[in-house]
Ligand binder design. Structure first.
Ligand code: PLP
Length: 448
């Protein structure tokens, strides 16, 4: 079998067949008999090669990628430096299990995490394979370090699909339905969702109101941790009102609770800073990261204050694959690319391009309720004109129209009505502009 040729940005968007094409349809028919129904795919075109902001399917259709594999391939898909590091590592050894015989790559990734995550305090990290696993372990650390049980989470939160992280997540369908019971001692407080806050509360006030109820119902002295996403991802790319997260951080410090930032989607330059907490002026006690850390290889991390992390007994962390050497090699290469190419600055440039074009579109279409987000994590919330009533059908029609023209865009949000812009941080400006032209044409046909 010959390897598919790599994708170069000069190729651009190109449609060779109907979508999905005949070969994708063929594999899709096989899939129905082999893959469980609960595993969905937003666009069932089967990918052959990807890179440089483009995805090519096995029928020869090339799509502009505004998804980055759900926020993972910030440094680009099959980024050359990541590929080289993986090939070099995989030829030396593929696995030993760090718990059995360790290797340097794991240590080097933890050193990078200590340097890059917010705060100058002494830190320790432990590595895992998925974001959900990182959040689970962050909760374990918080309970071990505080001797308390209660975990506080926000409305609209998403933290993963294991039983504990589903319990932490807010949305029932399709994530939680039928999978309960979930673990006890999880308490949900209102998030700050400025577009949907009828009272227009300041961030501080929204946090104070939420925490006052929490204190009455749970008691601050029982809270091990408050877990927040500095920008809520699956909830709809919600940026909290200024002051909301700092007020939560102050409350945590006052009550001896730990502030856990789930930076799994927002970390590693995605929002125009290494971590989105920096925009909010908060220094979390524990940071969970994953996705963008390793250019597409499965790696996740929990990084926290040394004394907090080291409250866990020897042997309390682990897992067969956590911090796999190939994933660590990929992470070191990806972090090096982020530093050398200053991908935080690239994300800020993407923000400018996206928000200026999208705000211009919003001035023409009443169905666009709000354009929001930071860096290369931008959401467009669609509503029924003249109201704030969510318009998920319109969002679905817009993304389908984009798919049909070779632009891969997804919806997101509690109400399914937010267009989600999550391009690779290395995407060429011409591709981004072309994708926005396609979006504009879709609105011209569907919007109002
Ligand atoms: N936390 C956040 C904020 C996420 O966005 C996600 C995934 O989308 C997760 C946790 C779960 O990560 P994973 O799918 O790697 O388990």
């Amino acid at each position: 079998m010959t390897a598919p040729s790599s994708v170069t940005p000069a190729q651009g968007r190109e449609l060779a067949t109907e979508i999905p094409g005949p070969r994708s349809q063929e594999i899709h028919a096989r899939r129905q008999k082999a893959v469980a129904r609960g595993v969905g795919s937003a666009l069932p075109v089967y990918v052959e090669a990807a890179g440089a902001g483009l995805l090519r399917d096995i029928d020869g259709n090339t799509y502009i990628d505004l998804c980055s594999g759900l926020g993972v391939t910030g440094v680009g898909n099959a980024a050359p430096d990541v590929v080289a590091a993986v090939q070099e590592q995989v030829a030396r050894f593929t696995h030993t299990c760090f718990l059995a015989t360790p290797y340097e790559g794991y240590v080097a990734v933890c050193e990078q995490l200590a340097e890059l995550t917010p705060g100058a305090h002494e830190k320790r990290s432990a590595l895992f394979s998925t974001g959900a696993e990182a959040v689970e372990n962050a909760v374990k650390v918080a309970r071990a370090a505080t001797g308390r049980a209660a975990i506080v989470v926000l409305d609209h939160a998403y933290h993963g699909r294991t039983n504990l992280t589903l319990g932490l997540s807010a949305r029932n369908m399709p994530f939680k339905q039928g999978f309960g019971p979930f673990t006890p001692e999880i308490h949900r407080i209102p998030a700050s969702y400025p577009f949907r806050d009828p009272e227009g509360l300041s961030g501080e006030q929204a946090a104070r109101d939420a925490l006052e109820v929490l204190e009455r119902q749970v008691g601050g002295e029982n809270v091990a941790a408050v877990v927040v996403e500095p920008i809520q991802g699956e909830g709809g790319f919600i940026v909290p009102a200024p002051g909301y997260l700092p007020e939560i951080a102050r409350w945590c410090a006052r009550h001896g609770a730990l502030l856990v930032a789930d930076e799994i989607q927002s970390g590693f330059c995605r929002t125009g800073a290494w971590f989105a907490s920096e925009h909010e002026g908060i220094v979390p006690d524990i940071v969970a990261s994953a996705k963008g850390i390793a250019g597409g290889l499965p790696l996740a991390a929990v990084t926290g204050r040394a004394e907090v992390m080291d409250a866990v007994q020897l042997g309390g962390f682990g897992g067969t694959y956590g911090g796999n050497p190939v994933a660590c090699a990929a992470a070191l290469a990806a972090i090096d690319v982020m530093r050398r190419q200053d991908l935080a600055a690239a994300a800020r440039r993407i923000e400018k391009i996206l928000t200026s074009r999208l705000n211009e579109l919003a001035s023409r279409y009443d169905a666009i309720g709000e354009v929001r987000g930071r860096g290369a994590m931008i959401g467009v919330e669609l509503v029924r004109p003249g109201s704030k009533e969510p318009a998920p059908e319109l969002a679905q029609r817009v993304v389908e129209a984009c798919h049909a023209k070779g632009v891969f865009l997804l919806t997101v949000g509690t109400f399914g009505n937010v267009l989600r812009f999550l391009p690779p941080l290395v995407i060429a400006e011409e591709l981004l502009s072309d994708a926005l032209d396609v979006l504009e044409q879709s609105f011209a046909r569907l919007g109002n």
